[in-house]
Design a protein around this ligand. Structure first.
Ligand SMILES: CC(C)(COP(=O)(O)OP(=O)(O)OC[C@H]1O[C@@H](n2cnc3c(N)ncnc32)[C@H](O)[C@@H]1OP(=O)(O)O)[C@@H](O)C(=O)NCCC(=O)NCCS
Length: 147
């Protein structure tokens, strides 16, 4: 038996590898573009995560309303990760896309990107998948046209 040199084990992926932000935003037209204001901050002075979730919910629901031609409610949000802080005065752009349609529900992916006022570069700050359900006037699920 010959002595073999020790082989280094491959590096384990870290959580930050799993959420590494891509360099360019989606090519879709944005659903929302807005500028963050001092009233949207948390006690540390960064933009409050709840404000970002609100904008993402608005973007997802806008796409769901359009896809289903009517009222929708958010049933679930999966896999939300906050990748970067957002600062007052940053421009925040929301991209949303309907990736699948069930009988009454739709899966909508939403990405939020920030651009500091003094820069042309955009960073992805968060993403999530929303489940929106089309509902009738009584709030009961209604079918979504599959095509
Ligand atoms: C969403 C809601 C209309 C679903 O009503 P329901 O009577 O449970 O309806 P169903 O069980 O038939 O589900 C309807 C669809 O939603 C999907 N769904 C419901 N809850 C879900 C969940 N937690 N995750 C993923 N999908 C869900 C079902 O899979 C189904 O999809 P499909 O028709 O495409 O197969 C009802 O739960 C509701 O009104 N929730 C409150 C919504 C709301 O107020 N959102 C804002 C919160 S601040």
């Amino acid at each position: 038996m010959t002595d073999q040199p020790p082989v280094a084990a491959p590096a384990k992926p870290t959580p930050s590898d799993a959420v590494a932000a891509p360099a360019t935003p989606p090519t879709l037209p944005p659903v929302i573009r807005t500028t963050t204001m001092p009233a949207d901050t948390n006690p540390s002075g960064d933009i409050f995560g709840g404000w970002l979730m609100w904008q993402m919910d608005l973007a997802a629901t806008s796409v769901a309303n359009q896809r289903s031609h009517g009222r929708c409610v958010t049933a679930a949000v999966d896999g939300m990760a906050f990748l970067r802080p957002v600062h007052v005065g940053d421009e925040v752009t929301l991209y949303a896309d309907c990736i699948s349609v069930g009988r009454t529900s739709m899966k909508i992916t939403v990405e939020a990107w920030r651009r500091p006022r003094e820069s042309d570069a955009m960073d992805k700050v968060t993403e999530a998948t929303f489940v929106s359900v089309a509902v009738d006037a009584a709030g009961k699920p209604r079918p979504v046209d599959p095509v």
